[in-house]
Design a protein around this ligand. Structure first.
Ligand code: PAF
Length: 285
């Protein structure tokens, strides 16, 4: 597995793959890899000739009061996991390699999709994501890029700028990987105390409950959201940020689930904010 740390190194690597007519799959990550990330790597491995993972804690997507400094960094452990997939190359730049002195260019998805859900609570977050993902797709010359459904709004935003900027890459969304308790895998789970982790099981339980009700015929968005809210409120350690339902992938308000819908939650346990979601398959209107 090659470790690439600079822009010239990843450019040369990607150019050699293209010259050999290989398809390139990119899996962007911020490291602290877990089973969720590894499922993205496996999906890329199955679909592409060459897999490039990036491990980069991207400063531009963190707000001033967020966890950029505390975000777990464990590059050697990450490399061990990536080598087992196996991934062909890892891009692990320093922040100054991606954002050198004088850096001034950002990709911003205007419009409503970045103004709701996590976008409403984390100003600037999706601008940072869109900027770094555009740069990574460009550097890796990716034909395919892989993202997890846990960050479903991120997938919507990435698909938007890929379409709008005519980037020649296909965006794959890979299902959520869960722990036995149902808790969605996340690098931020490492911040949870044992009690918080147990309490956080309420997220997937609440979503499963709403999904079951939907399958039994409940289509009303307010009723489905209320089911999730009630279940989460039964957990004293949970501090709800949002419980929302929008059409998917357009993220439009949807009073009745008559088309595919994203039922999404963000909840704090202690200092740790977790997100989770389920896609309700309402078919196309
Ligand atoms: O989902 C993430 O880990 C990050 O937002 C990403 C896509 C790697 C961009 O920094």
């Amino acid at each position: 597995m090659e470790i690439l740390r600079t822009v010239p190194e990843i450019r040369a690597y990607a150019a050699a793959q293209k010259k050999a007519d290989k398809t390139i799959g990119l899996v962007p990550t911020m490291g602290a890899l877990h089973e969720g990330h590894l499922s993205l790597m496996r999906a890329a491995r199955a679909k592409c000739d060459v897999v490039i993972a990036s491990v980069f804690v991207n400063p531009t997507q963190f707000g001033p009061s967020e966890d950029y400094d505390a975000y777990p960094r464990q590059f050697e452990d990450d490399c061990r996991l990536l080598a087992e997939i196996p991934v062909d190359a890892v891009f692990h730049p320093e922040p100054a390699e991606m954002y050198p002195r004088g850096y001034s260019t950002y990709v911003e998805v205007a419009g409503d999709i970045t103004k709701k859900l996590c976008g409403a609570r984390r100003p600037g977050h999706f601008r940072g994501v869109a900027t770094v993902v555009t740069k990574l797709i460009n550097l890796a010359r990716a034909d395919e890029a892989f993202f997890g459904q846990k960050d479903a709004q991120q997938v919507v935003v990435v698909r938007r700028f890929v379409t709008d900027l005519n980037l020649n890459v296909h965006i794959n969304m890979v299902p959520i990987v869960r722990e036995e308790s149902g808790l969605a895998r996340s690098s931020r789970n490492a911040y949870l105390s044992a009690a918080e982790k147990e309490a956080a099981g309420v997220l997937s339980r609440s979503l499963r409950k709403a999904e079951a009700s939907f399958r039994q015929g409940e289509k009303n968005a307010e009723t489905l959201k209320a089911l999730v809210l009630r279940e989460i409120q039964s957990e004293p350690m949970a501090e709800i940020d949002y419980v929302e339902l929008y059409s998917f992938p357009d993220l439009e308000p949807l009073p009745e689930v008559t088309e595919d819908a994203l039922l999404a939650v963000a909840v704090k346990f202690g200092q740790t904010r977790l997100i989770d979601n389920v896609i309700l398959e309402g078919g196309r209107a």
